[in-house]
Design a protein around this ligand. Structure first.
Ligand code: 5CA
Ligand code: ZN
Length: 409
């Protein structure tokens, strides 16, 4: 599947800094030391509705990871999936009388437009679940050979018992796992399960639902977690740098994914850091397609909101915080954008050398974008109140804000 076009990332003077980031699995901050090519897998959308601000906030966090790495002169190998077949997508297509694949295609196309408008750097590979099926089948077969699976009425389940590191991503107790499994696509109450949270690897074909040839597995479709594992292992193998997504993916999705990979390879861990963005709410509740309390990026764009202002609204919140989208959040971002643009459109200004270092340090410090915005605000205020004589400064600020924060002034 094709991704979307990359915006230019201006090179900056001086040296970027290594990223210190919060890792969900260990609960602490780690300094990542990727090789010359940093590897990051970020879970993509399930395309049954348009990109909302919550999605955009999560992709913004991982876009910052990329930008910090690029600033250290590393290359970034970024892979993202799109869950273009899964229960919620089929249910929505059914409800609206649409063909499921046409719905997925339409919403994925809109997602690409939104990502482009927001200047999110594209993944090198953008892979759909459907196109990943030929790679998924042999992995499920291999897990079966290893004795890590069992069957209920033709559906193949993964036994979490088969990975001795199971539980080390989320560190949750059994009761919490069971609760979250029921909420997030699992079936803990199905009779015949060894462990209530065991997830499906391969679902036998259902009447009226799409299915694919699964070789020795029979016709069916893949489970959700094995989809991301197959794609990540295909491009990276084990021990890649970052597995990313929103905090609602910690359990079961990233826990199960890590266990699938660890059971398959006997290696640990799957990723060096498990990084999770907080949840954006609207009217007091998590913004979610299933609840329908959504603010769409495309709708804001249609209303004439500058995508750079949307991006600044996202950046004003620390990626790990849960926060609430309000009209005021957007108004503040629009005002900030106006101030910044006015400040960089003058022919000279106060020196920006220290500012570039401040932005770098803020982002390297667990992606502290709000601190980076404060630093730019301070330069902007100085520019407004006192000005300066450095003719290169406005250009440096503009390039730094573009390269490190993805905001075009
Ligand atoms: N296709 C799967 C991942 S393989 C999926 O979770 N799709 S999704 O469309 O539901 O979500 C896409 C990404 O947006 C995930 O990383 C999810 O954690 C994140 N996300 C969803 N809702 C919110 C929200 N309200 N705030 C922040 N991030 C969110
Ligand atoms: Zn995923």
């Amino acid at each position: 599947m094709h991704a979307w076009p990359a915006s230019e990332v201006p090179a900056l003077p001086g040296q970027g800094r290594d990223l210190r980031i919060h890792d969900t699995a260990t609960g602490g901050r780690i300094t990542l030391d990727p090789g010359p090519v940093a590897r990051i897998y970020v879970c993509g959308i399930t395309p049954y509705d348009a990109t909302h601000i919550g999605h955009a906030a999560t992709y913004n966090a991982f876009d910052l990871v990329q930008r910090v790495w690029l600033d250290t002169k590393r290359q970034v190998h970024y892979v993202q999936n799109v869950t273009d077949v899964d229960d919620p997508l089929l249910e929505r297509a059914d409800r609206d009388g649409l063909d499921w694949s046409a719905l997925a295609e339409r919403e994925t196309a809109l997602f690409r437009e939104d990502m482009t408008a927001l200047r999110m750097l594209p993944p090198r590979q953008y892979i759909g679940a459907v196109e990943a099926i030929p790679g998924i089948v042999p992995l499920v077969e291999r897990l079966r050979e290893l004795g890590a699976t069992y069957e209920i009425d033709g559906d193949i389940y993964f036994s979490v018992e088969s990975d001795r590191h199971f539980g080390q991503v989320s560190n949750l107790d059994a009761a919490s796992m069971r609760l979250l499994s029921a909420e997030r696509g699992g079936d803990p109450d199905r009779p015949g399960k060894k462990d209530p949270v065991d997830p499906m690897l391969w679902m036998a074909a259902r009447e009226g639902e799409p299915s694919w040839d699964g070789g020795s597995l029979g016709r069916g479709r893949p489970g959700w977690h094995i989809e991301c594992v197959a794609i990540a292992l295909d491009h990276f193998g084990m021990g890649f740098d970052v597995q990313g997504g929103g905090s609602d993916l910690i359990f079961p999705h990233h826990e199960m994914g890590a266990s699938h990979a660890q059971a398959l390879t006997g290696e640990f861990p799957m990723a060096k850091a498990y990084v999770h963005a907080g949840m954006v709410a609207l009217h007091g509740e998590k913004m979610s397609k299933s609840k329908g309390n959504l603010v769409f990026v495309s709708a804001l764009r249609r209303d004439g909101v500058d995508p750079a202002a949307i991006r600044l609204a996202l950046l004003a919140h620390h990626y790990r915080a849960d926060w609430e989208w309000t009209d005021q959040v957007l108004r503040d971002a629009v005002t900030r954008l106006e101030h910044w643009r006015a400040a960089v459109s003058r022919p000279d200004g106060p020196s920006a050398d220290a500012l570039v270092e401040e932005i770098r340090e803020a982002l390297a410090n667990d992606l502290d974008a709000p601190a980076a915005l404060d630093a730019v605000d301070r330069w902007t205020l100085l520019q407004k109140e006192r000005g300066g004589t450095d003719t290169g400064a406005p250009g440096v600020v503009s390039r730094a804000v573009d390269a490190l924060l993805g905001v075009a002034l």
